[in-house]
Design a protein around this ligand. Structure first.
Ligand SMILES: Cc1cc2nc3c(=O)[nH]c(=O)nc-3n(C[C@H](O)[C@H](O)[C@H](O)COP(=O)(O)O)c2cc1C
Length: 190
């Protein structure tokens, strides 16, 4: 069981990363092999909508996204973690998501498994947002569910916290880190 955590936050050791780290610790405690990708450290260009992937079944842009494709393919469980930026995922996460158009093309244009094999995959979404408003995570959740569905990753749930704004504020939340640890355990047990 290989679990891939993807952090879309530009903050190193920020709220998102702290939650993701705990979730991966939980997964590892159940024997999973875990890997983390920090998108802000990578060079991932936005999708150019050139449609080359419609025929090639892969993206022609040769940047760090090629490594992300390989990691997605190797994973059994995916944890996508991004804070809310203007009601959506961060630009770092959105660039990665849009580049999954090449995987969408494999599925819907070429009738191929999007990730190259039919391994059953499940995905968890982790997020934090500074504001405390209703439906804070709804637009982002729609994006994440669209991504998971396109990649044949079964959506297994979310762990989200509103009203978390200052860097590291999540550590002051009563049981957020504990919940993340348990969510990581549950993800590999499901
Ligand atoms: C560019 C930008 C846009 C943001 N937009 C929102 C927003 O729309 N709603 C919200 O609740 N918080 C918003 N925030 C606040 C972050 O979601 C919040 O500070 C979060 O805790 C950051 O998590 P991190 O430390 O993991 O990066 C925004 C922050 C930035 C920098």
């Amino acid at each position: 069981m290989r679990v891939l955590g993807i952090s879309g936050s530009p903050h190193h050791r920020g709220n998102t990363e702290l939650l993701l780290t705990e979730a991966l610790k939980g997964a590892a405690s159940k024997g999973a092999e875990v890997e983390t990708i920090f998108l802000s450290q990578l060079n991932i260009a936005p999708c150019q909508h050139c449609d080359a992937c419609f025929e090639a079944g892969k993206c022609r842009i040769n940047d760090d996204m090629q490594m992300v494709y390989r990691e997605l393919k190797a994973a059994d469980r995916i944890i996508l973690a991004s804070p809310i930026h203007f009601m959506g995922v961060t630009a770092q996460a959105k660039a990665m998501i849009d580049r999954c158009q090449a995987l969408w093309a494999r599925k819907y244009k070429l009738n191929l498994p999007p990730l190259g094999n039919l391994r059953p995959r499940k995905g968890l979404f982790i997020s934090v947002g500074g504001r405390s408003v209703d439906n804070l995570f709804e637009p982002t959740l729609a994006t994440v569910k669209a991504l998971f569905s396109s990649l044949d990753i079964e959506y297994s749930g979310k762990l989200v916290f509103s009203g978390i704004d200052d860097k590291g504020a999540i550590t002051k939340h009563t049981d957020a880190l504990k919940k993340a640890y348990l969510a990581g355990q549950k993800l590999v047990e499901d």
